[in-house]
Design a protein around this ligand. Structure first.
Ligand code: NAD
Length: 264
């Protein structure tokens, strides 16, 4: 335990259960003295998130569906009333129709394209705008992305397009909010078995492929991503904005990938 986040308060969107990447980041923050408000999407997840909020001693646990503006506003009203200001915000939210995380990207429907981009990209912008109003002394905003934004990954499809838009929005918001001392960054995480990932066809194969081909010859954990989150949300990264930090055991640097990953 340390005190890298002592005196800092913020909110994490996207904890569904104790396997969520958002939970790995939340733990890293609270272990360093930070205070975290959590949100949950709908009643079904409430019973999973409540014990986690208790574990970190958080009294602020709020319902939020990013497609429901009233619920988003209610979250920021609650933050304003309880704390007045915040220092950080984590967006670990993504959604696409499971049927379309299989097969070809080109078959994506207009309806699912709009929904996927709305929930997985625009929502970060909408949250950032509201967070800005609560960050008079600057702050740090963080979102989660994936290599499927940069290169074609099997079955990632419209989510890859959404993540590319998300990464570009990180750059534009870094510019917009930099003058106010607000930093905006993303972590590009390697594949991790979570609720959201279970929607992607052949996900186990993708995990194995990453394990065989990454320089570290393993996949990453939510604790690995938590460490990067702590860096980007704390003052350790005070000179960093507009960045996409890969926490993927180095997978993204490898040019020639092979199923039997020979040692050469
Ligand atoms: P997860 O299922 O634990 O988290 C996804 C979260 O998104 C859930 O908490 C869910 O409630 C929330 N969500 C979805 N639609 C929402 C809505 N309309 N309103 C509010 N919340 C909504 O899975 P995860 O893998 O921890 O995902 C977190 C982030 O990490 C996502 O952005 C995901 O794309 C990204 N990511 C995941 C991986 C991976 O392999 N698991 C890799 C790279 C990036």
């Amino acid at each position: 335990r340390g005190n890298l986040m002592a005196g800092k308060r913020g909110i994490v969107f996207g904890v569904a259960n104790n396997r969520s990447i958002a939970w790995g980041i939340t733990k890293a923050i609270t272990e360093q003295g930070g205070e975290v408000a959590l949100t949950y999407q709908g009643e079904a997840l409430k019973k999973r998130v409540e014990p986690l909020a208790k574990e970190i001693g958080s009294k602020l646990i709020l319902p939020c569906d990013v497609t429901d503006k009233a619920s988003v506003d209610a979250v920021f009203d609650a933050l304003k009333n309880e704390w007045g200001t915040i220092d950080f915000l984590v967006h670990a939210v993504a959604f696409s129709d499971k049927e379309q995380l299989d097969g070809r990207y080109v078959d994506t429907t207009e309806e699912n394209f709009v929904q996927t981009l709305l929930i997985s990209c625009y929502s970060f912008t909408a949250l950032a705008k509201r967070a800005e109003a609560l960050m008079p002394n600057g702050g740090s905003l963080l979102t989660l992305t994936y290599y499927g934004a940069e290169k074609v990954m099997p079955h990632y499809n419209v989510m890859g397009v959404a993540k590319a838009a998300l990464e570009t929005s990180v750059q534009y918001m870094a510019m917009d909010l930099g003058k106010a001392g607000i930093r905006v960054n993303a972590i590009s995480a390697g594949p991790i078995k979570t609720l959201a990932a279970s929607g992607i066809a052949d996900f186990r194969y993708i995990l194995k492929w990453n394990e065989l081909n990454s320089p570290l010859r393993r996949t990453v954990t939510i604790e690995d991503v938590g460490g990067g989150g702590l860096y980007l949300l704390s003052d350790l990264s005070q000179g960093v904005t507009g960045e996409v930090l890969h926490i993927d055991a180095g997978y993204h640097v490898v040019g020639m990938k092979a199923e039997d990953a020979p040692d050469i």
